[in-house]
Design a protein around this ligand. Structure first.
Ligand SMILES: Nc1ncnc2c1ncn2[C@@H]1O[C@H](COP(=O)(O)OP(=O)(O)O)[C@@H](O)[C@H]1O
Ligand SMILES: [Mg+2]
Length: 563
């Protein structure tokens, strides 16, 4: 039994409080199929989210089987199925893979056999068996809605809340989905609620709740609807509602409510079957499910693989092509060092040559660093923002934000590792940058890529859309070069102000500090910028990585529903 007692829901708009729902009183048994109908914007979705626990009521209480959800805690994740208005499946995966992923994240199974059994049961109960290998990309509207329902059924929820799952479908598909939901409600432990704008075929519902301007104006069997509103067919209810002031209908419902409940008691019909909602899997199981799914999606997208490869292999070449002239000189110099001290001195006496060389080495490293920041932003800018609504849904289903960030960290670390190591090794092999030691040089390149990847992951978790996250991340990369002070000399105060935030500066400066002392002279000669000790560079870059990840975690924890 679901019971809403005197529920109010207000939101703040500027200084005012706007009531979206007022005085909602409601009792619905299990084994029941209820429709929430009402004109656009009357608060249907808002009410559904309130029941789902996404919205928090301003006052009043919600009870589930006598338990006060506001006081004694919400239902378990696995007990609620919420099907939002938007699609919640991964387009790149097949129907079966999406269901497998939902099970991995939301429903613990004893062994592989039970796992496959559950996949089959869910596919069969939603009529998706013949489409199991089909990619979500090619599914029709009706098939997608079936999949949305299937994804929620993996936990065998006691409360199944559907928002407009029949909207925008052709009449035949709409009928099929309503039949499916009806079937799912024939279970004595389950209540199925569907929000719909359409008043066309309400016969299958056990009860219909009519909302108008945030208030209940009717709740009873569909067959009494016409009589209550004095209309010939249900479709005329909306025009009828519009004839009176908002509030008048609600008042008259308050008067008739008890009498109506008496003559049309809402009770379960032909209920059967026992269901026990699943147990949410542990953190490790969720981590692997997320991690493997990420790689699967990565490898499905040929364009993405091509882009990653092009960047991975192409960027280091770019560094070399642009610095080809300089490469000659660095080689000459590095060869002359061990062989002949005299030749070296002759060369080093040539001040112009050496200053030029200092500039080249510094520029070469800066180019490497900047390209790695670009790779970093490309790695992660869309990572969270691009799937935010799906994640929001999965979080409601019990996926832990820290585990989600952990899976991103594992996935991105591998990209960062490949990109940075290849960049460092390849450029070093060709150009022989005169570092004292290659390892810190490599680590500083790894860290700048990691820092930018982590920071852009943070941006991605805060951004409203993937495009916004991309744009912000690109700006951030764009600012790295001028604000690092490595190329343009900044006014001193501006340098000190901006530098703490510019990952590229710290990586570059740290690498410069690690240059062979003979060259370091010339490098500091050609740059006006303060060069940080290498140790400080490491510290700051590690702080950048940590802050980025922390922001990503905070951003991911915060609820963000679009619809
Ligand atoms: N978070 C919010 N902030 C401001 N307005 C909101 C918010 N959520 C809903 N609304 C407004 O509340 C009203 C009801 O919205 P909703 O429940 O989505 O309507 P519908 O019945 O069409 O599903 C709409 O006017 C909508 O613009
Ligand atoms: Mg809605």
């Amino acid at each position: 039994m679901l019971e809403l007692k005197n529920i109010h829901f207000k939101i703040r708009k500027g200084r005012d409080e706007v009531p979206l729902l007022e005085e909602i009183n409601l009792r619905v048994p299990t084994g029941h199929f209820m429709a929430i109908v009402g004109p656009s914007g009357c608060g249907k979705s808002t009410l559904l989210k309130l029941i789902a626990g996404i919205n928090q009521e301003s006052s009043g209480s919600i009870f589930w089987n006598g338990r006060n959800l506001s006081e004694e805690g919400d239902l378990e994740h696995a007990e609620i199925g919420y099907v939002p208005q938007f699609s919640i499946a991964y387009e790149a995966l097949t129907v079966e893979e999406n269901i497998e992923s939902a099970i991995g994240l939301r429903a613990e199974t004893e062994n592989r056999e039970a796992f496959h059994q559950l996949v089959d049961t869910v596919l069969a109960s939603t009529g998706l068996d013949s489409l199991r290998d089909r990619s979500v990309k090619v599914l029709s509207g009706g098939q997608r809605r079936r999949l949305s329902l299937a994804l929620e059924l993996v936990t065998d929820p006691v409360l199944l809340l559907c928002d407009e799952v029949t909207s925008g479908l052709d009449p035949k598909s709409e009928q099929e989905i309503v039949h499916l939901m009806h079937q799912l409600s024939r279970n004595e432990h389950r209540l199925v609620v569907n929000v719909t704008h359409s008043l066309a075929s309400l016969e299958l519902y056990d009860s219909v709740l009519v909302l108008d301007a945030g208030r209940v104006v009717y709740h009873g069997p569909p067959r009494a609807l016409e009589h209550y509103f004095s209309v010939e067919k249900a479709e005329d209810v909306y025009p009828q509602l519009a004839k009176r002031q908002p509030g008048e209908w609600a008042q008259s419902w308050d008067k008739h409510r008890l009498a109506y409940y008496e003559s049309y008691p809402v009770k379960p019909v032909n209920a059967s079957a026992v269901s026990v909602s699943a147990v949410t899997p542990g953190a490790a199981a969720q981590f692997w499910a997320l991690f493997f799914r990420r790689w699967k999606i990565f490898f499905r997208d040929k364009g993405q693989i091509f882009l990653q490869l092009a960047i991975l292999i192409g960027f280091p070449f770019l560094v070399i092509v642009f610095e080809l002239d300089g490469v000659e000189q660095t080689r000459r110099l590095s060869e002359s060092v061990p062989s002949s001290k005299e030749a070296f001195e002759a060369e080093t006496n040539d001040m112009t040559f050496n200053l030029n060389l200092g500039g080249i080495v510094s520029g070469l490293v800066m180019f490497q660093v900047i390209l790695l920041t670009l790779m970093g932003s490309n790695n992660s800018a869309r990572e969270i923002a691009g799937e935010r609504q799906i994640f929001e849904k999965e979080k409601l289903g019990g996926v832990r934000p820290a585990v989600y960030i952990g899976s991103k960290l594992a996935f991105l670390s591998l990209l960062v590792l490949m990109q940075s190591v290849w960049m460092a090794v390849f450029v070093q092999t060709v150009c022989e940058i005169p570092s004292q030691s290659f390892v810190p040089h490599l680590l500083l390149l790894l860290l700048v890529n990691g820092a930018m990847t982590a920071i852009c992951l943070g941006i991605s978790s805060l951004a409203k859309t993937a495009d916004q996250a991309s744009l912000l991340s690109i700006y951030l990369v764009g600012f790295q070069l001028p604000l690092s002070g490595a190329v343009l000399a900044l006014p001193e105060w501006a340098g000190w102000l901006s530098r703490p935030f510019i990952s590229a500066y710290w990586s570059w400066a740290g690498i410069m500090d690690g240059m062979d002392r003979d060259y370091f002279r010339y490098i500091s000669e050609v740059t006006d910028t303060w060069l940080s000790p290498m140790r400080l560079s490491f510290t700051v870059l590690i702080v950048h990585v940590t802050v980025g990840l922390f922001v990503a975690y905070i951003g991911v924890k915060k609820p963000r529903w679009d619809a």
